[in-house]
Design a protein. Structure first.
Length: 351
């Protein structure tokens, strides 16, 4: 996704190379909280980014994930025209959760200590209910439920943005203005994957689906006529679009070599395992929709109140990507390089 070098052997130099603002760490033995809040920058406004609640092999891995995601949020907000900086938090999920409510209350107190420089939101492993708990301790949280004045799950808006991105890719690469009979292989049958499949099916697309949960893939097959694919074989599906909508770092030298898709366009964050993978995709003539551009619908939804403006900005993801694709061809550069350059220029101009 991003072109900065990330090395967990020298995290301070890495933070400097990524032009980081600050990083905060909180432990609370009483609740088991082990959390990191990474604030990349606040030049365009308060840092906004979700709270990821997943297990990590090490605290270094958690820190690197938070840093990469925070920088991605900076770029996502900038290129989407959102008045926010980039931040991200991770809570290292313990093997045994003693009291989830108390853990998220503790995290809410942590967020509040930053005085609004960071605003948290739902992310992988966390839920709207968790955000409601956080909201009992701080006002600096979004994607809470309607019952506490929030707007709920942003997944439908993320999926809509991904749909518009797929349409941009199909127009640019396949020269088609319709998704009728376009084959999309979706990796991940979570909330975003579900809403995306529903929209694709309504437009006549053909769907393949893979996920670790058999019940989820069966639902896709029953509702959308999707073909179920073993999750280890999803890269080998002959399709028009490969849509990663689950975990990140799934595009590496091995998986890219296996891809039989013409376009990669999905909702997952940090899809590129390493920055140089963008060049691998480019060399294979596979069109890549930069993840932080195509999956910006959720951010747009939680950061704005005007529904007309939200819909307009989410739909504009199509035009933003078309411009990136065209510049990529003209400048003979991978699409992610072009997107990074545009985003960084917007941030720099805010100095």
């Amino acid at each position: 996704m991003l072109q900065k070098v990330i090395c967990k052997k020298d995290l301070i130099n890495t933070a400097e190379a990524m032009q980081f603002g600050d990083i905060h760490i909180k432990t609370d033995p009483e609740t088991g909280l082990r959390a990191i809040i990474a604030i990349h920058n606040t030049k365009l406004g308060p840092a906004l980014g979700g709270c990821r609640f997943v297990p990590y092999e090490s605290s270094d891995d958690a820190l690197l994930d938070a840093m990469r995601l925070a920088q991605g949020m900076s770029y996502k907000a900038a290129i989407s025209g959102i008045a926010h900086g980039g931040g991200k938090s991770v809570i290292i999920k313990p093997d045994v959760i003693q009291d989830r409510e108390q853990l998220f209350r503790s995290f809410g107190i942590f967020v509040d200590t930053l005085g609004g420089r960071y605003i948290t939101a739902v992310d992988s492993g966390s839920s709207v209910g968790d955000m409601d708990i956080i909201a009992t301790q701080t006002k600096h949280v979004v994607s809470t439920s309607n019952s506490v004045g929030g707007k709920g799950d942003p997944s439908p808006y993320t999926a809509l943005g991904v749909l518009r991105g797929i349409q941009a890719g199909v127009l640019h690469k396949l020269h088609k203005d319709s998704l009728q009979d376009v084959h999309v292989a979706i990796q991940g049958a979570g909330n975003v994957g579900y809403h995306l499949a529903k929209q694709l099916s309504a437009l006549g697309a053909l769907i393949s689906i893979s996920d670790s949960k058999d019940s989820a893939t069966r639902q896709f097959a029953d509702e959308f006529g999707a073909t179920i694919v073993d999750r280890e074989n999803i890269y080998d599906v002959e399709c028009d679009v490969f849509a990663p909508c689950a975990r990140g770092a799934i595009l590496d030298a091995g998986s890219v070599a296996r891809l039989k898709a013409t376009i990669v366009a999905g909702a997952a964050n940090n899809q590129l395992a390493m920055p140089e993978i963008a060049q691998h995709l480019f060399d294979r003539n596979i069109l890549y929709a930069p993840d932080y551009v195509i999956n910006a619908g959720g951010l747009i939804h939680v950061s704005l109140d005007d529904e007309v403006l939200i819909e307009s900005k989410v739909n504009n993801i199509h035009d933003v990507l078309v411009d990136i694709f065209e510049r990529s061809v003209k400048e003979t550069l991978p699409t992610s390089h072009v997107a990074d350059r545009i985003s960084q220029e917007i941030i720099d101009q805010a100095d």
